[in-house]
Design a protein. Sequence first.
Length: 88
Amino acid sequence: MATPVGQPGCGPGWDPAAGDVMLHGASTAHECLRAGLLDELEIRLVQVLLGEGSRLFDAFGPDHVELELLRRLEARDVTHLRYRMLRG
């Protein structure tokens, strides 16, 4: 699911090129990562171990991806990491 930042959802006539978009769900993020559509990536890292699930960076396969850390905010139970996707 893709949601424009500051908007309740995607409606008719919405243009994703008009502003920031938040992606929810691993499969949507994988498709956008593979297609090279993401400029920035924000990860909310929590201290929970899961037995299974989708690995975010498996979308790249053996390709090497450079990330530039733009922001790190730490709280008691979560760390917010924002990266810029560097293209070669």
